[in-house]
Design a protein around this ligand. Sequence first.
Ligand code: IPE
Ligand code: IPE
Ligand code: MG
Length: 251
Amino acid sequence: MVSKLALAVTDLRPTPSDQTGPRHVAIIMDGNGRWAQARGRPRLFGHHAGARRVRQIVESCPRLGIKFLTIFAFSTENWARTQAEVAGLMGLFQRYISKEMSALHAADVRVRFVGDRVRLDPKLVALMVELETLTIDNDTVHLTIALNYGGRDEVARATKRLAEDVSAGKLRPEDVDESTFPCYLDTNILPDPDLVIRTSGEARISNFLLWQSAYSEYEFIDTLWPDFEVAELEHLCQTFGNRGRRYGKAE
Ligand code: IPE
Ligand code: IPE
Ligand code: MG
């Protein structure tokens, strides 16, 4: 139970009073395979195009008032794809981190990874840690990359750690509530997403941020991820400002 203070500090950071757009945007980057297939190319070609798209989106965040950007790169279910596609994606993640590391740092982006690292290649994990460590003091944009992430897996791992703390006498069962439980999630110090976007026309969440998105607004758009442009993100941020978020209250 280490992160309660950090959680409180992050949550209390004020949203600028003139901000009507979302402060935390989470994106299910879907449609790379179909984008490639439409061009008669292998699926991996689409994943490379998708990775290139990430940079422009991250760069646009300060202007759009997005302080936290969380992107779904690989789910716990994606291991079920062909060995070739999985290997290609894992190689792409390594290359992406090596290539983007200095630009992300120069742009004052703090990078975190969420998901279970146990099944990942140690070389990839070492790069993830290097990027997290290099950017730890950056604060302009907080980029969280969900890699081998599944919402159910995250909740199960969190519950295991919580149970361990209870049995070690560090936490009393009566202190487990909606504010202590998320401290055990991978996302523990992040605020919940205001807006979750899924590209590619699928209207499902595919195991993304199950706990955290309880009150997020959702946008399911037809654009395939490699075609997703900053202008569309900007439009979604503007539309977000018109939504009435009631959190169960009556107006
Ligand atoms: C999203 O694109 C990227 C990952 C899941 C890794 P897809 O690969 O799922 O693309 P489609 O949905 O098959 O088009
Ligand atoms: C969700 O996309 C996971 C990522 C974008 C990383 P999928 O393509 O894996 O989801 P399903 O299989 O269509 O639900
Ligand atoms: Mg897909």
